[in-house]
Write a protein that binds this ligand. Structure first.
Ligand code: NAD
Length: 481
């Protein structure tokens, strides 16, 4: 049994039976049996199921948002934003899948035709994080299902009820029970899932777990994507509108209580505007309302995981011991539940854990830099590379800086942003593979290369006109229909 507790007060809200190795093995066998039929359905059928899923999300959004708030502690307005933000992602996949996966002839001459088709991988495991269960889940299960795969979806143990709801909505929308199955449990259930004969693993979570998964799955030569953590930097140049940059970055650092993979976790500020920026930033943070996540006016809620409080306390102690200046917060709140004050430090450096290790909470370090070169060097001085941003009025300067930063996504005058049209990926310890964009649709397929020589081609070699006259002799491919 898994006990689900409300992070805002620690009160248990549900007991959920968990899967074990035997039930996970049975689920995998059912997926294997169901997959060929699901892949044989016309793509239009699968699109219709996902369109009905979208309608259900719209219809039930208030109920789903309230559950998200109770289960993961996400402030209610931000929970609604997650459900609203899901819709353009769904729309992108619904609109782009047919064209992306259509068979393509890439060469044709002298009776020889070369084409590419996309075949589903088969049965894939989707092991997910809790911080944006709708976003990180849908980035995987929507294109995976549309491409004809069966999905074994293991939501985080901290978002189990939401994961079960996602399964219910998909089944009600027409996705067969065995095509999308929810595996309930923690790390043990995830490990047992990976031991099954699956064809791919799509993981979102921490570097530590991702590294364990890479070791376990690597020798099996199946598709593996790992979307992992970050320590995302932003650089504020000397020509900015200080108030606007401070407001944008305070939101980027503290939204979702700092628990976004692309939360801003390090800020570098040009010395010419450092003091003004720090004052404006602290003003913004002190204006954020901390409190009951069910309250409409709350901006900062509890941490989802109690264990993260110790990480934040250790980062605060280490930063203070090494001479950082605490400007706001710094303490656990004395209340039931997982509360930590929004915390701002300046006078920080890269000897401090605060500037090196992922914090995943409402805490930020601000470091003064002399010029763009120092900012770029510090932004790149990280084991991670998920996103990086720069704030400046000068487009050419922004481009010069961002071209030199090692990150999967780069931002000019914005941060903490994801677009369904752009690939979402990381470099270094932020992971391998990608989701979203047309690449994130192809990722759930195996491209098959077709070399097709017409029976008469040898005889008529070199005569292109004859080849095009006989086009009807080519076999049609029906991989993703
Ligand atoms: P986590 O690594 O603790 O858990 C992620 C998932 O892995 C959970 O479902 C968990 O049950 C499962 N798991 C744990 N041990 C396992 C094992 N040995 N084998 C298989 N599965 C196992 O991460 P989390 O706390 O859920 O999420 C927070 C992390 O996720 C942060 O580091 C954050 O940056 C990252 N994240 C990254 C992205 C991205 O797009 N790059 C998005 C969201 C979150």
């Amino acid at each position: 049994m898994l006990t689900v507790a409300n992070p805002a007060n620690g009160a248990p809200i549900a007991e959920v039976p968990t899967d074990d190795a035997a039930s996970i093995s049975r689920a995998c066998r059912r997926s294997r049996a169901a997959q060929p039929n699901w892949a044989a359905e016309p793509l239009e059928h699968r699109l219709a199921c996902l369109r009905r899923f979208r309608e259900a999300v719209v219809r039930d959004s208030e109920r789903l948002a309230a559950l998200l708030t109770t289960e993961v502690g996400k402030p209610i307005r931000q929970a609604r934003n997650e459900l609203t933000g899901l819709l353009p992602r769904l729309d992108f996949f619904l609109e782009a899948t047919a064209a992306t996966l259509a068979p393509r002839t890439v060469h044709e001459a002298d009776g020889m035709r070369e084409r590419i088709t996309h075949e589903p991988l088969g049965v894939v495991a989707n092991i997910s994080a809790w911080n944006y269960p709708y976003f990180v889940g849908a980035n995987v299960f929507v294109p995976a299902l549309l491409a004809g795969n069966c999905v074994l979806y293991k939501p985080s143990e901290y978002a189990t009820l939401t994961g079960i709801e996602i399964g219910n909505l998909l089944h009600a929308a027409g996705v067969p029970q065995d095509v999308f199955q929810v595996i309930v449990g923690g790390g043990d259930a995830g490990a047992a899932l990976l031991a099954q004969p699956i064809d791919g693993v799509f993981f979102t979570g921490s570097y530590a777990t991702g590294a364990r998964i890479a070791q376990a799955v690597g020798p099996r030569m199946i598709r593996m994507q790992l979307e992992l953590g970050g320590k995302d930097p932003a650089y504020v140049c000397d020509d900015v509108d200080v108030a606007a940059a401070a407001a944008s970055l305070a939101d980027g650092a503290m939204y979702n209580t700092g628990q976004s993979c692309c939360s801003v976790e390090r800020i570098y500020v040009h010395e010419a505007v450092h003091d003004a920026f720090v004052a404006a930033f602290v003003g913004e943070v002190k204006g954020f309302r901390v409190g009951d996540p069910a309250d409409e006016s709350t901006y900062i809620g509890p941490l989802t995981r109690a264990a993260q409080i110790e990480v934040l306390q250790a980062q605060v102690a280490d930063a203070q011991a090494r001479g950082a200046r605490l400007l706001a917060g710094g303490r656990r709140l004395a209340a039931p539940g997982n509360w930590f004050e929004p915390t701002v430090f300046c006078d920080v450096d890269h000897d401090m854990a605060l500037m090196r290790d992922e914090s995943f909470g409402p805490i930020i370090g601000i470091q003064k830099v002399a010029d763009d070169a120092e900012a770029v060097r510090l932004m790149n001085d990280s084991e991670y590379g998920l996103t990086a941003g720069v704030y400046t009025k000068d487009a050419a300067r922004a481009e010069r800086i961002l071209a030199r930063v090692g990150a999967g996504s780069v931002y000019w005058n914005c941060c903490d942003r994801v677009s369904p049209r752009l690939p979402w990926s990381g470099v270094k310890r932020s992971g391998i593979g990608l989701t979203l964009s047309t690449y994130g649709i192809e990722a759930f397929t195996r491209p098959k290369a077709w070399h097709l020589r017409a029976p008469w081609a040898r005889r008529r070699a070199g005569r292109t006109a004859a080849a095009s006259r006989s086009a009807s002799c080519w076999p049609a491919s029906r991989s993703v229909r």
